[in-house]
Structure formats: structure tokens, C-alpha cells
Write a protein of this length. Structure first.
Length: 685
């Protein structure tokens, strides 16, 4: 309700066109004199029209006595003093106006000083526009105090804001309460309905048990589906982040884009971390992505995840996170350091150093000989049993994009911690998770912008590097250029016409270790095979292959060794699903662009008009007139951001569906890996 600024003393026969106008006058009068006001009572005629109405001071009357008062340890202070101040109006039907027929302006309590009058309840009001600003700020992770400080600076002082920090708390609480009016399950359904209305390619799945409880949730939007189609050959699945007060686990499907930056392919909320739950999540994930399974998938050692991958994605190379393995090793063998035995360091060498499998086996045998006790020896043997999932000499043949652990998802978890706390319900968690995803996508847009803005720095102006600079994204070109520089320090020895031995000086052992690497060149189809397997593993040529190409006077990258996923054109094509429909990655892009255009145009005019009262009033009149014309023409057909999903919110949904409550306050501890120990795993036999 807009304030008119009227504060003249009331007098008999003062006229008002409506009761709202009378109330506005009484409210403004109370604010200008330092007291709050209330609506008291009114009388209606046969036509249901109020014939009279009485407005009173906020301190009118006395608090009713409660027989439970004696139980109150700290009673609330009295605010009612039986104040007699009032204003009464009556409807005169001859002119259809309300006139003042009685009033009393004396009070029996102190009035507020001018500097504190903005705190009076009836002088505080959170407008609809302010509510939008508050909700946007709160959803961005800004607290109520910071929101109030920001808005007070915009309004040129706390008194000019029009509401207090408590009002902001109430505003946020009311929104949360309304969202959960029919329970969290319905709130989640409404959230997903809104996302589907924004983009029809948004997909979500709910796993419901026989008790009508949601036990697992999986979702992904159109962009995640398109990104997975382009970059989903290697996926990291991580469940180390606990989501909310419900203690559900968040499972994120994460990968790398063409800038070698993190992107999200999907997310799941999992109530019980058992094999059945993970099988459901993986099955629905593959189904949502038109049956495409990752080539390689990194996870931790939780046995439920290991079993689920075997069942749902048997052809996917399953790799274990070496970081988690190393952490477990350090904890288990920490006491050996007192004996000056570095079990953790020796095991780290087994993970990263050895290229030859025989050398690896020998090192593991020596390691087992250093440990004492059956449990420690069993752990070493267990890890040996699943060596293909973590040891470099076995993993160097796998397509991993250079990933060795699930730490690719650590930045996702750190971003989530910025926005989330344990008090969030699942519905608000989904909204905040959306912001984390938006942040990652904005980083990708910035990288795309910088790539088109800047020319890559070429160290040596040779044809193959000039081609790579135009072909690859900046990050990949930087890595490719390092490989070319390493090839310059390599020596090459021909065994026959097509087979070469390439030796390196001072090379990182994990990248392409060994003094002599075998390279085979086929002139007929211009193919090259290198025993270091870097191209198969990462997706661009290694220094050994580049040395052979240089020896054969090949000045360009053979087309078969240009992996599109690392090129600047990686996202130039459209992604079509199995139904032949082009995936819409961002259904709200055009809406946001139009909104930004409108705000830019209006902001320029606001800045000019705000310095002059006459200019401000003129602009306000123009905007009000334009708004009326817009409503007359488009009022019924236009949509706002809050209109999505109204079909659900306007009708009372069934509330039989609910979220399953997780037992206990903590997630169940991860089970040990079920890596098989076969006869080959025990080298002592």
C-alpha cells in the first residue's frame, strides 16, 4: 500500500472515498506522531457494504489473562495500555463517501521519537518488488543481515528501507513454509515441474518403495544431456557430500569439457547407500542418456558402488580413486613411521611409478614383506586383487583423460559448501545445487569468450604447432605444445622402416617414462602406435609420436589423431536424441536475454531521472501508463518467472507420497571394496 505522506490532524466531516483511503490516512497519521495503529471493527449493511468502521491505537485494550500465566518463567512485556485514541468513519450514502464522525488523539503511553518511528509495525511493509529482491539475494547465499545492509545502502539509510531484519527473516521463512505446505515430496515435484516447463528436455526420476516413500532421486537438464553426449566418455561418480538435514547422500556425475574444466552430467539424491540404490541410479542415468555408457568411470571403493557398476555397466572400465586409496593407506600404516618404515610412500610408488607389470608385482611383494599382521597383509593382497583399477601400469591403457581420482568432484563439493548448510530441506537443496551448476557453466562461457578473444602464444612457429593453436582449446594446446617441446629433446633410433625406438632425457615418469619407447609408423594409412599409450589414454599425441612424425617429415597432425572433444569446435554441432529431436540446452536463454535488454534500457533512464524530482515523477507516470497499457493488451497471456508449475501449486496435491527419513544422524560408513582375491592375487602361492 503506497503512502501518501498525509499527517494532518483528523477533524469531523473529513471525507474519504474508500475505507482503504481512510486506513492509509490513519496509518500515516500514526507514523508521523509515533504510534502504531490497528483496524478494530466495522458494521455492514444489507448490501454487505461497510456502513461504519473504527480504527484504534495499537495499544488499545488490555491483554487477556491466561490461566497458564503462572507457568511462564519469563513473561512477555505488556504492550496494551487500554489507550483510547481512535478514528471512526461512517458511510454517507447520498455522496457514497466515508466521513469522520468521531476521534480521540490523546494517548496514555509514551509516543515514539522520530528517529525510531520507522520501527513501528504498521510503518514497515515488504513490497512485492522487495520480496523478489530478498528471495534472489537469499537464494544466492546472502544472509538476512547482509541483505538488509545492502538494501539500506541502496535506499540511502536504514530508515528509508521500510522494513527491518526481522521482516526479512519472516519473508524468507514464509517462502520456505509455503514451499513445504504439502510436504517435501510435493515441493520436489513442483520444483521438477517448473524445470520441465522451462526446458522440456529436463529429466527426473523418483524411486518409490512399497510404503509410498521416495528413496532415490535422479535429475539432469537438457544441457547436461547434451554435454554428456559430447564429453561423457570418462565420468567421475562421487558420493562424499552429505546434502541436508535429511542426511541423504548427493551423487554427482562429473566430467571434463574441452577446456579441461569440470562439468556436471547429472545428480542423484540417495537415501540408503546400498547396491540396489546405486543400481537404480546407474540404470536411470544410462536410460536418460539414450543408453550411452561411459568408457571409464571413477568411484571410491564402496562395495555397493563396485557391485552396481558390474551389473549395470559391465563393459565400462571401472577405476578407483587413487587419492582415497592413498588416504586409507596412510591411516592404516601410520604407526609404521615410528619404525622408520614408509609403507605409504612405497605404496604410492606402486600406484604411480611402475610402467612394467613385472616391476609392479615385485614391488608389491616387497611391500607385503615389510608389513606385519594378518590384517595388514590381507589389505595389501586385497588391493593387489583389484590392481587393474588403480595401478598406473594397468591404467595406462585405459581412456582416462588424465584423471586418476574423484578429486575432479572436490571443487563441486567446495562450491556446495559455500551455498549449503545442514539445516536445508531437500527442496531448497535442489535450488541451491542449481546455482552451483550455473556457476560452473558461467566459467565455461568465460573460457569460451577468452578463447575467441585471445590468440594462443606459439613457442615455435612450425606448421604442426600453428595448426594445433587454431585447432585445440587453449588449455589443450598448452599441453600439446609441451609435448612438442619434449620431442625436441628426444633421440630416435630406427629398427626397421616402420619401427622406431624413442629415448627421452629428463621426462616426467608418470607421463611417458622409460628411456626407450617403441613407436610404429604406418605410411599407408598414416597411423602411429606408441607404447606409452598417451593418445589412447588422454586424447592427443605424445612427444614420442611427435618425434616419429618429425622424422617422417609429417608437418600436420594426422586427422585420425584429432580428438574432437579437445577442439574449439567441440560444441559446434547439435545433439539429437534417439527420437530425432534436437536437445534444447537452455530453454530460458531467450527469456533471460530479453529481460537483460529491458533492464539495461530502463537502468539508463533511471540513473538520469533519479537526480531530479520532476524528472522522477514524469518517468513514474510514464511507466505507470505503460504498465496499464501492457496489462490491457497482454495481461492474461503474459507469464512471469513465478508462473511455471502453477498447475500443481494451485490445486491441493495428494500428500500420500513422502521422503524416506534416513535412520541415524550420520551416513553409514563406507564398506570396504569387494575387489576379488583370486589365485593370481597371492604371489606367495
Amino acid at each position: 500500500m503506497e503512502s501518501t505522506g498525509v499527517c494532518l490532524a483528523p477533524h469531523l466531516d473529513m471525507e474519504f472515498a474508500t475505507l482503504d483511503e481512510a486506513w492509509l490516512y490513519w496509518r500515516n497519521y500514526g507514523g508521523s506522531h509515533g504510534f502504531g495503529v490497528r483496524r478494530h471493527a466495522g458494521k455492514k449493511g444489507k448490501d454487505e457494504l461497510y456502513t461504519s468502521y473504527k480504527y484504534v491505537c495499537q495499544s488499545e485494550g488490555l491483554r487477556e489473562k491466561d490461566k497458564r500465566d503462572y507457568l511462564t518463567k519469563i513473561p512477555r512485556a505488556q504492550t496494551r495500555t487500554d489507550c483510547k485514541a481512535f478514528l471512526q468513519v461512517k458511510l454517507f450514502r447520498d455522496c457514497q463517501k466515508y466521513r469522520v464522525v468521531g476521534f480521540h488523539t490523546d494517548h496514555n503511553h509514551p509516543l515514539q521519537k522520530p528517529e525510531a518511528r520507522h520501527l513501528i509495525t504498521t510503518q514497515r511493509e515488504v513490497s512485492e518488488a522487495a520480496r523478489i529482491d530478498i528471495h534472489l539475494a537469499e537464494s544466492s547465499g546472502i544472509g538476512p543481515r547482509e541483505i538488509h545492509e545492502l538494501l539500506s545502502r541502496q535506499a540511502d539509510g536504514v530508515r528509508s528501507v521500510g522494513y527491518t531484519i526481522d521482516d526479512i527473516y519472516n519473508c524468507v521463512r514464509d517462502k520456505q513454509k509455503k514451499a513445504l505446505e504439502y510436504g517435501e515430496a510435493v515441493a520436489i515435484t513442483k520444483y521438477f515441474a517448473k524445470r520441465v516447463s522451462e526446458n522440456p528436455f529436463f529429466q527426473h526420476f523418483e524411486d518409490i518403495n512399497e510404503d509410498q516413500e521416495i528413496v532415490n532421486i535422479l535429475w539432469m537438464d537438457g544441457k547436461m544431456i547434451a554435454d554428456y553426449a559430447r564429453f561423457g566418455e570418462v565420468v567421475v561418480f562421487d558420493t562424499t557430500f552429505g546434502t541436508s538435514k535429511e542426511k541423504w547422500a548427493l551423487g554427482t556425475f562429473v566430467g571434463f569439457n574441452h577446456f579441461k574444466e569440470i562439468m556436471i552430467f547429472g545428480a542423484a539424491l540417495i537415501c540408503d547407500s546400498n547396491t540396489m540404490s546405486f543400481e537404480w541410479v546407474f540404470t536411470k542415468f544410462v536410460e536418460a542418456h539414450d543408453g550411452k555408457r561411459p568408457v571409464t568411470m571413477f568411484t571410491d571403493q564402496e562395495s555397493a558402488i563396485v557391485s552396481a557398476i558390474k551389473h549395470v555397466m559391465p563393459d565400462t572400465k571401472h577405476a578407483l580413486c587413487v587419492w582415497h586409496i592413498q588416504q586409507n593407506c596412510q591411516k592404516r600404516f601410520m604407526y609404521y613411521k615410528k619404525k622408520k618404515i614408509d609403507i605409504s610412500g612405497d605404496f604410492s610408488k606402486c600406484m604411480h611409478k611402475y610402467e612394467d607389470e613385472d616391476d609392479f608385482v615385485k614391488a608389491m611383494q616387497e611391500l607385503e614383506g615389510k608389513v606385519e599382521g594378518d590384517e595388514d597383509k590381507k589389505w595389501i593382497q586385497t588391493m593387489y586383487g583389484c590392481r587393474e583399477k588403480w595401478a598406473y601400469c594397468f591404467m595406462k591403457h585405459a581412456h582416462t583423460l588424465g584423471i586418476r581420482s574423484t578429486q575432479a568432484s572436490e571443487s563441486i563439493n567446495s562450491n556446495l559448501k559455500r551455498y549449503l548448510n545442514v539445516k536445508l530441506d531437500v527442496n531448497r537443496f535442489l535450488e541451491q545445487f542449481e546455482r552451483v551448476v550455473d556457476g560452473k557453466r558461467e566459467k565455461e562461457i568465460k573460457s569460451e569468450f577468452e578463447m575467441r578473444k585471445k590468440i594462443p602464444r606459439v613457442g615455435l612457429y612450425v606448421p604442426i604447432l600453428c595448426e594445433a593453436g587454431k585447432l585445440y582449446t587453449p588449455k589443450i594446446f598448452e599441453l600439446f605444445q609441451k609435448e612438442y617441446e619434449l620431442s625436441g629433446s628426444a633421440y630416435i633410433e630406427s629398427i626397421d622402416g616402420n619401427t622406431f625406438l624413442v629415448g627421452m632425457c629428463n621426462i616426467n615418469s608418470e607421463e611417458c617414462s622409460g628411456s626407450r619407447i617403441l613407436g610404429i609408423w604406418n605410411r599407408d594409412d598414416q597411423s602411429i602406435m606408441c607404447s606409452c599409450k598417451k593418445f589412447e589414454r588422454v586424447g592427443f599425441l605424445c612427444c614420442h609420436a611427435l618425434k616419429v612424425l618429425d622424422r617422417e617429415d609429417i608437418k600436420n597432425i594426422p586427422p585420425r589423431y584429432i580428438h574432437k572433444r579437445w577442439t574449439q569446435a567441440a560444441k559446434d554441432d547439435y545433439i539429437v536424441n534417439r527420437e530425432g529431436k534436437v536437445i534444447i540446452e537452455d530453454g530460458m536463454l531467450e527469456v533471460r536475454n530479453r529481460r537483460a535488454q529491458l533492464m539495461r534500457e530502463l537502468a539508463t533512464t533511471y540513473d538520469k531521472a533519479a537526480f531530479d524530482e520532476e524528472h522522477t515523477q514524469f518517468l513514474l507516470n510514464v511507466l505507470r501508463s505503460a504498465r496499464e497499457q501492457y496489462e490491457d493488451r497482454y495481461g492474461n497471456s503474459s507469464k512471469t518467472a513465478n508462473d511455471h508449475g502453477q498447475e500443481i501449486s494451485n490445486s491441493q496435491p495428494e500428500n500420500s507420497l513422502r521422503l524416506k527419513k534416513k535412520n541415524g544422524d550420520k551416513r553409514s560408513k563406507q564398506q570396504s571394496s569387494d575387489c576379488d582375491i583370486d589365485s593370481k592375487s597371492n604371489w606367495l602361492n
